[in-house]
Write a protein that binds this ligand. Structure first.
Ligand code: SAM
Length: 195
């Protein structure tokens, strides 16, 4: 991954474009902000850090779970070949899609549904980014990660989680590294929290 390209693109993205109404004036702060439906746009410094951990490459097939505002999606799409992004709240997905289309991305594919199941049709994925908190590591996402792939996912209680970097070796062996404590909204669904 080209770190300079990542940082330059991250800095060029106007976060106020991804939030609405009163929240626009807080877009420059390094914190999460409400985007409606009890959901949040993530803290920008954490988005950058999680992208660095994921290490998307220009030929990466990427799965993102939790499209939210589309801010993280834009960064992933800029840094990889294509992004399959899944969001469970269709109103949020509709808004995110409009924003990402306005930014001229043509390498993003959108699905409304339970992303804790992944998106089997386009697997395996070289990279999987989960931006909502899982209680346990979802088996389906591990199955859909390619050998040599990387996944970034917060795992823990609904109050606090450990940010995990999951890697799959070329032989299919799973390795897990804990990076830091984080706080995300719940990943709902079959492999997440009950809706
Ligand atoms: N990365 C996003 C951004 O930059 O705006 C923020 C994502 S927000 C912290 C988490 C998102 O995950 C919410 O929009 C929520 O609706 C979504 N979500 C929760 N459970 C989900 C599931 N099972 N499948 C898909 N999306 C889910």
């Amino acid at each position: 991954m080209d770190q300079q390209e990542l940082v330059a693109y991250f800095r060029s993205l106007d976060r106020s474009f991804f939030v609405e109404g009163d929240m626009k004036k807080y877009a420059g702060l390094d914190g999460p902000l409400p985007i409606g439906f009890g959901q949040t746009i993530s803290q920008p410094s954490l988005v950058l850090e999680m992208t660095r951990l994921l290490e998307p490459e220009k030929d990466s097939n990427v799965l993102e779970i939790g499209t939210g505002s589309g801010f993280q999606t834009a960064i992933l799409a800029k840094m990889s070949m294509q992004v399959y992004t899944v969001e469970r709240i269709d109103e949020l997905m509709e808004k995110a899609k409009k924003r990402l289309e306005a930014l001229d991305f043509s390498n993003i594919y959108y699905k409304v549904g339970d992303g804790s199941n992944g998106w089997r049709e386009h697997a395996p994925y070289d990279r999987i980014m989960v931006t909502a908190a899982a209680g346990v590591l979802p088996d389906e996402l591990v199955n859909q990660l390619a050998n040599g792939g990387r996944m970034v996912i917060p795992i823990g209680s609904s109050a606090m989680q450990e940010l995990k970097l999951i890697t799959k070796t070329d032989n299919g062996e799973i390795k897990t590294k804990t990076v830091e404590m984080v706080r995300f909204v719940e990943l709902k669904g079959r492999y997440g929290w009950i809706e």
